[in-house]
Write a protein that binds this ligand. Structure first.
Ligand code: TYM
Length: 330
């Protein structure tokens, strides 16, 4: 069976973009692939975190995976820091990675933009190498992610190919899986920017734990384009974004959605969209609140055990190839 690996950071509030761009596809793909879904807490450390809130967010994210429909009886769900192989492989890959490659990463440039180079954390620069380690440890075939992770995936492939060339066939070369629709859900308050967990303005994103009133208010205030027609149109990013969300939440084609809104106004679009979103979020949140900590701990402990089994096999091979065999080699 082919494998998928993906993950999300336990930072900020998971939003509709995360769900439609990533988690929703994970739940569908898990039945066709052997699946590993990781809560990447070590990646979160690349930005300052409050330790207590990181623990809470990590737990919350694991519950969100389950509420979204990841089935722990078919998929492996685990916390990155429970599997030390991730950090160990990161070091080994660091030594194969060029600073220039990392400095070219768009996310590094964006996140580091507001800080002086002198005070930018090394973790932020090295972030994509840890991500490559995540993926390569599991001999992953497919990585379902949103559009913003594409460049990191390309680096992962480059690192894997370089290692295979220099040390012999070791890693499977992963392919990105970026959905045709939903790979880049835009902010409701500024449709030129993606919906982001880190956004300081919460009105731009619909949190997966937002209640019905908040959802209605956010859609009501969502920015629209000039004109009145309700159609998918790249030159009208705000309406296209709202229609994309609607189509995905209601499982309709673009054509069906356009027919539904033909002759209707923006007000109607916003109220139907709020309704569709609330109809999705309510049972989702109910599932979220019904997961007990005990049950979650069992799932994550078992997940880490399974993940470690796979990860340690790859790491052993990598170390062998590099001549890192410790006392055994004496
Ligand atoms: P993160 O936590 O930022 O986001 C989790 C997933 O959500 C997708 N996403 C979006 N999709 C559509 N529209 C949006 N506005 C939007 N915003 C975010 C992301 O593309 C992602 O798929 N580096 C990763 C976490 C990671 C990872 C990995 C992913 C670490 N190791 C290995 C895959 C494989 C990240 O920060 O995702």
């Amino acid at each position: 069976m082919k494998r998928i690996f993906s993950g999300a950071q336990p930072t900020g509030n998971l939003h509709l973009g995360n769900y439609l761009g990533a988690l929703r596809n994970w739940t569908q793909l898990q039945h066709e692939y052997e699946s590993f879904f990781c809560i990447v807490d070590l990646h979160a450390l690349t930005q300052p975190q409050n330790p207590q809130s990181l623990i809470t967010k990590t737990k919350e994210l694991a519950k969100l995976y389950l509420a979204a429909g990841i089935d722990p009886t078919v998929s492996t769900i685990f916390i990155q820091s429970d599997v030390a192989e991730h950090t160990e492989l990161t070091w080994l890959l660091n030594c194969q990675t060029r600073i220039g490659e990392l400095e070219r990463m768009t996310q590094f440039k964006e996140k580091g933009r507001n800080t002086e180079r002198e005070s930018t954390g090394v973790g932020l620069l090295d972030y994509p190498v840890l991500m490559a380690a995540d993926i390569l440890l599991y001999q992953t075939d497919l990585v379902p992610v949103g559009e913003d992770q594409k460049q990191h995936l390309e680096l992962t492939r480059d690192l894997a190919q370089r290692f295979n060339r220099d040390y012999g066939e070791t890693f499977r070369i992963p392919e990105p899986f970026i959905p045709k629709a939903g790979a880049r859900i835009m902010s409701l308050s500024d449709p030129t920017k993606k919906m982001a967990k880190s956004d300081v303005d919460p009105s731009g994103s619909i949190g997966l734990l937002d209640d019905a009133d908040i959802v209605t208010r956010k859609f009501k205030r969502a920015v629209t384009d000039s004109g009145t027609e309700i159609k998918f149109d790249n030159t009208r990013p705000a309406i296209t974004n709202l229609l994309t969300i609607y189509a995905l939440l209601t499982n309709q084609t673009n054509e069906q959605v356009e027919n539904n809104f033909a002759g209707k106004g923006y007000g109607q679009l916003k109220s139907e969209l709020s309704e569709a979103c609330i109809a999705f979020l309510q049972p989702f949140q109910e599932r979220f609140h019904n997961i007990t900590d005990e049950h979650l701990r069992d799932i994550l402990t078992g997940g880490a055990r399974r993940a470690r089994e796979s990860a340690s096999q790859t790491l052993d091979t990598v170390k062998e190839r590099l001549g890192i065999v410790g006392a055994r080699g004496i």
